[in-house]
Design a protein around this ligand. Structure first.
Ligand SMILES: [Zn+2]
Length: 432
């Protein structure tokens, strides 16, 4: 998933608040952002990013052209591991689930890390043509913006920090995550926070996504997805007329589900995205299924819709058993959870948000706070400060999750955005 700040990014999930909270000019964070930007080390890092622009683009293209469908990120991960090593980090691992992890030590040595991540996976299935097409400064390819160019931007960060000899207080763990997109269900970041070697050791988390560097996603939209299957005995549509019919049960459930009332704020939504089942037009079907998507900015609201849906499908099954004959068998209902993304927020007054805001403003952009559904959802739900930030100029990409996805890599605006994104990371990790 990506950030959406401007209308050129078609993403219904991301709502721009467009409102800045208190604290700004004159704050300690603003002073620190100014200090960082004025320092010779940061200027050297910025100069390196400028010099490195074409390489960042080329490596982004190379990674884009290695397919990374959900659950098939391995080839891209291996290449990314090599690239991180070549960028100057000697210790780069691939963990048990396929995340690429590269540690850059800080000076403080408190054993905690700040994670700076981008996701390896794309939404596109195997066989999708991922060859990058160039038109002027625009690159077109599935996944090029969401989120492959961010992986490459992280390489640019590492080279710039190495070239400028930048020291940070905190250890920084650069991560290419697996499983960010829908079916992956955040499995990479879930492993990182709940099982891997850094479990309990991550003090804050950045996800770098497509979208403008001016956007701060500090709200994570939660979601639950189910595949609901109604099963029955089946039979001939004429000869066995009168037997229970799973398709009628499903239709009833769909109709009831469509009537659930939800609040506009916190925004809560639901949909049936897929239905199927049956064998032929002249058979009472053996089964009927639907896939249901429910989302909310609030966990209690999400649970309310989920509970209601689960009740509705059971009642629809029972209703069908009551309405027609069960002499050959009853309708059964199975609701299988196929997606579970926790909701969460990082408070706008949290130090991570405020240092990021100061760095964005020092870079000359106007901050917009957003809700979306990204890797940051997981740490947010655990109460660990986490935000998703962009890495491109405003309006420099779009059509994410479509075959004509694009990014604009025009040098000056891209270098400025990437440099600002680096300053965000350095402000949060205590550049010395
Ligand atoms: Zn994404």
């Amino acid at each position: 998933m990506l950030l959406a700040l401007r209308s050129s990014f078609s993403l219904p999930l991301a709502l721009a608040f467009g409102v800045s909270a208190a604290v700004a000019q004159g704050s300690p964070q603003a002073a620190d952002a100014t200090r960082i930007l004025a320092s010779p080390a940061f200027k050297a890092a910025a100069a390196q990013i400028d010099k490195d622009h074409e390489r960042i683009v080329e490596e982004g293209i190379k990674l884009t052209e290695i397919p990374a469908p959900p659950f098939k990120e391995e080839a891209r991960a291996k290449e990314y591991q090599k690239m991180l090593q070549a960028a100057g980090l000697p210790d780069v691992k691939i963990d048990e689930v396929g995340n690429v992890l590269a540690l850059r030590k800080g000076t403080h040595g408190d054993g905690k890390v700040v994670v700076v991540s981008a996701h390896l996976d794309t939404v596109f299935p195997p066989g999708t043509d991922v060859k990058v097409k160039r038109q002027g400064s625009k690159l077109f390819a599935p996944g090029v913006g969401d989120d492959t160019m961010s992986l490459s931007v992280l390489l640019g960060f590492v080279r710039a920090m190495q070239a400028a000899g930048i020291k940070t207080r905190d250890d920084i763990l650069f991560v290419g995550t697996v499983g960010e997109e829908g079916p992956g269900d955040l499995r990479g970041v879930r492993h990182l926070f709940t099982k891997g070697q850094y479990q309990g050791k991550i003090k804050s988390f950045f996800s770098i996504e497509a979208g403008s560097v001016a956007g701060i996603t500090n709200g994570g939209v939660g979601s639950k997805r189910y595949r609901v299957t109604f099963k029955g005995p089946g039979g001939h549509s004429f000869g066995a007329f009168g037997l229970v019919n799973p398709m009628f049960a499903l239709g009833h459930a769909a109709s009831e589900f469509s009537r659930i009332q939800v609040a506009a704020s916190p925004k809560t939504t639901y949909s049936i995205g897929l239905i199927g089942g049956g064998t032929s037009v002249n058979s009472i079907p053996l089964d009927a299924w639907m896939e249901v998507d429910m989302r909310s900015e609030s966990m209690p609201d999400l649970k309310r819709v989920e509970d209601r849906m689960l009740k509705i499908v059971q009642e629809a099954g029972e209703g069908e058993n009551f309405a027609r004959s069960t002499k050959e068998g009853r309708i059964t209902v199975e609701a299988k959870l196929i997606g579970d993304r926790p909701a969460g927020t990082t408070d706008v007054n949290n130090a991570l948000v405020q240092s990021t805001r100061a760095a964005i403003e020092a870079g000359g952009y106007k901050v917009a706070y957003q809700w979306s559904s990204t890797d940051s959802n997981l740490p947010m739900s655990l109460g660990i400060p986490a935000i998703t930030i962009g890495r491109s100029a405003p309006e420099a990409g779009g059509r994410s999750h479509s075959l004509d996805e694009w990014v604009d890599v025009e040098k000056a605006p891209m270098v400025k955005a990437v440099t600002t994104a680096l300053s965000i990371v350095l402000a949060a990790t205590g550049m010395e």
